[in-house]
Every structure is written in structure tokens, then in C-alpha cells.
Design a protein around this ligand. Sequence first.
Ligand code: DAK
Length: 270
Amino acid sequence: MKYNTILFQIENNISIITFNRPKALNALNSELLSEFSAALDEIQKNQEIRVLILTGAGDKSFVAGADITELACCLSSIQARHFASLGHLVMNKLQELPIPVIAAVNGFALGGGSEVALACDFIYASENAKFGLPEITLGIIPGFGGTQRLARQIGKNMAKEMIFTGKMISASEAHQIGMVNKILPPASLMEEVIKTAGMIASKGRVSLRAAKQAVNSGMDVDLATGCKLEIDAFSICMAGEDAREGTTAFLEKRKPEFKGQLNEPISKRL
Ligand code: DAK
């Protein structure tokens, strides 16, 4: 499929989606959200893709939030509901994608931009990155899950301070509060993200999917229930070919060659 507002590449089992509206600092308009949603559907169906990386075009911005020109001019309450529903649908699709997703935040990640990054599995940021949920300064609140995911990620009180003040924080502050895993010079951000993505892509597809599902689902339940989810996920892994290959390869002192075959009836339980 051809896209206008994103770049969509696949190389060595790694897909890179680049938000590509640099003149508007890659702000999320309806077209971009729809195209992003369609690209996630393509990825979901493509068994060759093991890891997804998200980044922004240019050297200034990851995503500077929802497109304020659309918010300011044209949204009735019904359209706002549609826009918010589309946003939530896309963020949930992203969070539940059965492969790991890394946000390579290369500049401003504001409002919807921070919300996209928070729906990824983890974030690497360039030294010039800035995070924030400035919606309050526009008289609205975060609309793509920010109030929920930020509080879960950095804690309720830190999240409230960011949301109530709308202030931006630097990459190093975001690192200190656990929003960002690693900070890198701008020139080496993508190289490092691709290196980590490559390491992940060499692992078994089934076990990656099970691990992601166990961590994500476990965050929303009590520890005992979470441990039961882990038992389920573990048993599904053990029933797959990759577990046999991984353990046999260790005993035979060779590198495993994971096929990542998903046994459909079993994979539906993940
Ligand atoms: N939308 C549209 N255009 C944007 C934009 C945005 N979010 N951010 C920047 N731009 C445009 C600017 O208007 C400017 O366009 P021209 O004037 O050149 O035509 C161009 O990008 C370059 O920006 P600046 O000239 O402002 O660049 P600076 O370096 O001076 O400043 C900045 C960079 C990122 C600090 C500044 O542009 C800025 O403050 N941008 C707005 C950031 C922001 O407030 N983002 C949050 C948006 S609110 C909802 C669902 C979700 C949401 C809301 C509701 N439902 C419930 C319906 C989410 C809301 C948000 O994300």
C-alpha cells in the first residue's frame, strides 16, 4: 500500500515506520492516523517482521502531538469522539502488536507524540528529545491514553505533575523517571535502536510474543493472577518448535535457528 504521511520500510526482519509530515513537526492528523493504522494491520499479517521501530522524519521532532489545526478548526463533539476513538484504536493496536515495538524518539514527543511512544514497548531517545503532555495549555486533556499509560509508566504523582503543568521535560529527566530506557547522541540513535532491534529479531517469535503478552497483561492484574498468566504463556512457548530448537542448540553448542512458526490454535491463546 502507498502512504502519504508515513514512510514504511522493511529490512532484515525489522520494519521502520517514519512519521513523515516534517513541515508540521510530524503532527498526527486524521490521514496520518488512518495510514498508521493500516500499516500496523500490514505488519500484523506479515510473519517476516520481527520488530517494529517508530521514528520521526527530520532532526527536530518525533511527533509534536495531534494536529492542532484540525483540533482548532473542525471538530464537532461527534467528530472529536470519532477522532479520539480512532486514536485509541491505533494506540491499542500498537500496544497489542504481537511483536516488540521500539520508539526511537528523535526530538519533540508532545501530546499524542508522547502517547504514541508510551504505547511502544520501550523508548530510546536522542539527547535533544523533549517529552510532554501540553494538552492542558490548549484547554483539553490527553486523548490517546496518556493519562492512563503515563501514570502506569512513571507513577501517579509524577504523571499528574506533567499533565497538570503541561511542561516539557528533557530526555535526561525522562530517563531519570523511567520513561526512557537509553539516551543517545542524535547521530547514533537509529544505529543503536537498529542494533537492539536486531538482537531482539534473532530471538524466537513465539517466545517474544508470549513474553510481551505476559508483561503487558500482568501489569493490569494482581501478582498471583499475573503469575498464572505467565504459566499459560510459558506452557504455550514450550509447546512450540522454537523452545525445542533453543534448548537443543544450547546443548549442541550452536546458535539456535528459530523458525518462529506460530501454531495457529495455540497462537490464538496469546
Ligand atoms: N499541530 C499542527 N502543527 C504543528 C504542531 C501541531 N501539534 N506542532 C508544530 N506545528 C507546526 C507549527 O505550526 C509550524 O508551522 P508553520 O508556522 O511553519 O506553518 C511548524 O510546525 C514548526 O513549528 P514551530 O515554528 O512552532 O517550531 P518551534 O521550534 O518554534 O516550536 C514546538 C516547536 C514543538 C515547541 C511548537 O511547535 C509547539 O509547541 N507545538 C505544539 C505542541 C503541542 O501543543 N502538542 C500537543 C498537541 S495536543 C483528542 C485526542 C488526542 C489529543 C487531543 C484530543 N480527542 C479527545 C479528540 C491529543 C492532543 C495533542 O496532542
